[in-house]
Each structure stands twice: as C-alpha cells, then as structure tokens.
Design a protein around this ligand. Structure first.
Ligand SMILES: [Ca+2]
Length: 375
C-alpha cells in the first residue's frame, strides 16, 4: 500500500510568458522594403506559478505467488492558479493571453492487471490490462460574480467564461453547444421556416421553445471532448521455441469531437478534393449531414455538430522469429532475427472523418519488416 501527499509548482509555459512580445513584418512602401514592428503578445504582470496539491493512495497486490499482479491507484488533486491560454474577444487585437484561472479539482483512478496466463515449455502467454479515468471540475475562475443565463436558467454566482466555455462546476473539457436533433425534412418546411431555416438545415433543440436559437437560452452541455475511459490490453506470446508475438489493443471511450466537414459551405470544390459525405438532399433523407451551403445564421453564437470520437484500436501487432543458435552459428552470426510489425492496423469507431483520435487528419497504417543480425 502506498500513500502520498504533495504540493507541486508548475511553470511549464516557457520563459517570458508574462511579458509582452514584439513581432516584425516586412512591407513595401512603394520604393523600398521596410520593417514594421508590432506587439505580438499581451503581457500579464500578475502571472504566477500553478500549484497542485495532491493525495494519492495505491495498492499493489500479488495473486497466486505473484503470477498475477494488480495495481490500483486513486488520486485527488486540486490545482490553484491553473495556467491556461485564455481566448480573448477579437476586438482586443489579440487571440489569447497566458493567465491563471482559479481552481480546478481533479480526481482519477487507474487499475493495472498483469499476469502470466500460460507458462509451458513451448508456450508462454502474458497479459497486461490497464484502465484509467479522470474527472475534473472547475471550482472557481476569475472571481467575477453576478447574474447570468445558462441553459435557459437565470443563475447567480461566479460568471462563466463563455468565450472559452469554462463553467463553474463543470469539467474544463465540457462541450457547450446546441443539441442537434437532426435535419429539417421536406414535410417540416413550415416549422423550419419559423426559425428562418429550410429543409436540409440543422434542427436543434429549442430549449425554451420561443422560436429562436439563442446561445444563452438554448445551448447546453452535450458531452465532453476528452475520453471518459481509457483502456489498454497487451498480450505477449512466446511459442514454438523461436517465435514471439504481441498484440496491443487500446480504447478511448465516451467523448465527442466537433465535426466541421458536415457544415460544408466551401466554394472551392473545383480546386480541392473533399470527402464524399452523403449530404442531405430531398431524396437522401439523412439526419447526419445537412445540405450543402446550409444556413446557420439563425443560430446565435454559431452551431457546430459533434460526433462520437470513441474508438477501439488494434494499435500494434508484431511477430518475430529468432534463428536457433546452431543455425546462427553456421552463418557466423551471434544471433539473427526476422521481424514484422503493423502499427494502427484497424479502428472500430463511428467517426465519419479520417480518424477519431487525430480528428481531421489521416492516421497512417505503418507496416515494418526487417532483419536484425549481430556479428
Ligand atoms: Ca430558444
């Protein structure tokens, strides 16, 4: 059993983050190239270290003469003066500033189970399973209090940071947006028209039913952008004397990610390739992809669709063959090995884009084959 407590400081934001910085740009004034200087980042003289106080309790348990090992860990951390990049309204001329926000509570749990399932002369099979979860909650932000509206309710207390989507009592990765119910279909045209929308546009939940989509009234907490559960499963095998193999499967579960390609208003289809999504048409009655060039202006504060980003991935598979020592010796080698491996073999997911983990980028499948010879 392990117990620990500690306070850690963190200033991992690089040097000079509290200072304003200058940037330069070249421009042409009509006769020659000139150098222009501008303020490229805001200063924050109040910037301070982040402090994390943490408690940890852990157990290490061996079962059946340590053939199986179980490790359990629970932690409870509270972070003050959390270092973040706070988004600023564009009117300031800056996109963000490095600052501290009030207090974040963080709890997590981790289990690892490892063991030897089979141990025979010609066959050895070992398994390692790992599970972890983390839950965090914003306790305080910047300390501005007053009345505010959220999810259609008038509340009093510390005012959320709507720009960054930080809300007291919610995780830092909470997703606050319109709850999309589907797509307006042709026979719902009259109902859609109340919102100045047409068939093929997004149909979202109008929480207060007033016939208008307004951010503070109708946006709600619809999910989380970080995985709620993480799992890893590794199996290693030694067999037929000279072969070794391993399979590693990994899962990130319970989170969502924004899926902007379904809001396709681009006008450059003739110049670049886009994925072939089944966009809504009167004949293609989908509820997943709206029509091309949708009207999203009736949605106060903008609308963004989210899709499940959960996945189970066959992350790594490898197989290798070690030449028996007499064979290696005949070839005048210390040892010789042939191996092959595949990384990112396959993912089970419902993500409509490239990859649920990278989001909007392809995730390559890498096949490696090789010889390893020691002289
Ligand atoms: Ca409304």
């Amino acid at each position: 059993m392990r117990l620990s407590w500690g306070v850690n400081g963190n200033r991992d934001i690089g040097p000079y983050s509290a200072f304003a910085q200058m940037g330069s740009n070249l421009y042409y004034d009509g006769s020659q190239v000139q150098m222009g200087i501008f303020t490229s980042r805001l200063s924050n003289p109040l910037l301070s270290w982040e402090e994390t106080e943490s408690y940890n309790i852990g157990f290490d348990i061996g079962i059946w003469e340590n053939r199986f090992n179980l490790t359990l860990d629970y932690y409870d951390m509270s972070t003050r003066n959390l270092l973040v990049e706070r988004s600023l309204p564009r009117v300031t001329g800056f996109e963000n500033v490095t600052t501290n926000i009030g207090k974040l509570a963080n709890k997590g749990f981790e289990v690892t189970l490892g063991g030897v399932n089979v141990n025979r002369a010609n066959f050895n099979w070992r398994t390692n399973i790992n599970y972890s979860m983390n839950r965090n909650k914003i306790i305080s932000l910047f300390g501005e209090t007053g009345d505010y509206t959220l999810q259609g309710q008038l509340l009093t207390g510390e005012i959320p940071d709507f720009e960054n989507r930080w809300f007291i009592g919610q995780p830092i990765d909470v997703v606050w947006d319109y709850d999309i119910l589907g797509i307006w279909q042709v026979e719902e045209a009259a109902e859609a028209a109340e919102y100045n929308l047409s068939p093929g546009d997004f149909k979202a939940n109008d929480l207060d039913g007033n016939g208008a989509y307004e951010a503070l009234q109708d946006k709600k907490f619809i999910g989380f952008s970080q995985p709620r559960h993480r799992l890893g499963l590794r199996n290693d095998f030694d067999f037929l004397r000279n072969f070794t193999a391993s399979v590693f499967i990994r899962a990130d579960l319970g989170h969502i990610n924004h899926f902007s390609p379904s809001v396709a208003g681009w006008s450059t289809f003739d110049r670049r390739s886009t994925a072939n999504y089944p966009y809504w048409t009167p004949d293609n009655r989908t509820n997943d992809f709206p029509r091309l060039n949708i009207n999203d202006s009736p949605y106060g504060g903008g609308i963004m669709p989210y899709k499940s980003a959960s996945f189970v991935r066959i992350q790594d598979i490898s197989l290798s063959y070690n030449f028996p020592p007499p064979v290696a010796k005949r070839l005048r080698l210390q040892n010789a090995r042939v191996f092959g491996s595949v990384r990112n073999l396959y993912s089970f997911d419902n993500w409509p884009g490239w990859d649920p983990e990278s989001g909007h980028l392809p995730m390559p499948r890498i096949v490696t084959m090789g010889f390893s010879l020691s002289l």
